[in-house]
Design a protein around this ligand. Structure first.
Ligand code: HPA
Length: 268
């Protein structure tokens, strides 16, 4: 059976409109939604094994207000086994379930002076510094994906409007994808800044490319868990990422819940 078949068998007729990939520390969003079913990644062929601490490895079907949604609690990263396409089946499955849009979330280091730990950045674009694409080896002409409007302008406007209504400060910026798992050097961070990055991280970009390949609209939120390497005296660690992600968890979850509940689903 394929992952799609497993999900459809578990919850026949459930047709999510939006998919969400939850990064480090955001698994709690599930508690704010009306849950329909939870399926372990272990039961979904082609889904990643739960690996990094802070990630749960489960797919959740739920309702946010009147909107049927699917949440992926946990992702695979390029740094785990060197595969940029580790999320190909999960993202493809969301599209096949009927998701029109994908919201990606992550933890990132901030470059801008006003991006303190616990702040949130709406992704406007990205830079891929890894030299990898999840579409390597993909057949067919549709592998030549247009990335010029990867982050949907209308979805961004909706999220900005919701944040303003909630009085929630929301930065906007460009996310630069590094392979990890080591953090960047200060020189790499300076280089990324010169080239236009506002935040650096180790995830998300492959899923965005896969989602665009599958025809989904994309929105992205970064939780700034630290000032990027060389910008503060605090040593970087995964422990710090998890601790500081918690500073923004409530705000991101409120923003996402409002976004999902109000999702209009106007065509692709
Ligand atoms: N760099 C890369 N990934 C990250 C960082 C960072 O500074 N913080 C959280 N994830």
């Amino acid at each position: 059976m394929t992952a799609l078949e497993v999900i459809q068998q578990r919850q026949p007729g459930f047709k999510p409109r939006v998919g969400v990939i939850l990064g480090s520390g955001l698994g709690g969003l599930a508690a704010q939604l009306d849950q329909v079913a939870t399926i372990s990644y272990d039961d979904l062929p082609g889904f990643p094994k739960a690996g990094v601490s802070g990630h749960q490895g489960a797919l959740l079907l739920a309702h946010a207000g009147g909107t049927p949604v699917v949440l992926l609690q946990g992702r695979a990263h390029l740094y785990e086994d060197g595969r940029a396409d580790a999320m190909a089946i999960p993202v493809r499955t969301l599209a096949e379930l009927g998701c029109e849009a994908l919201v990606v979330t992550n933890a990132a280091g901030g470059l801008d002076d006003d991006m303190m730990p616990g702040s949130i950045m709406l992704m406007t674009d990205h830079i891929n510094f890894t030299g990898q694409s999840p579409l390597f080896g993909m057949p067919g002409d549709d592998r030549f994906v247009d990335m010029s409007v990867a982050y949907d302008a209308e979805l961004r406007q909706r999220i900005l409007a919701l944040a303003a209504e909630m009085d929630l400060p929301l930065h906007q910026g460009v996310y630069a994808w590094f392979t990890g798992p080591n953090f960047e050097t200060p020189a790499e961070v300076r280089a990324a800044g010169i080239l236009g990055a506002n935040a650096v991280g180790m995830s998300t970009v492959p899923e965005v490319i896969l989602a665009r390949h599958a025809g989904m609209r994309v929105a992205g939120l970064s939780i700034i868990t630290n000032r990027a390497a060389g910008m503060s005296d605090t040593p970087l660690s995964h422990e710090q990422t998890k601790t500081n992600a918690a500073l923004a968890t409530d705000n991101v979850q409120r923003l996402l819940t409002a976004f999902l509940s109000g999702y209009g689903g106007a065509g692709r």
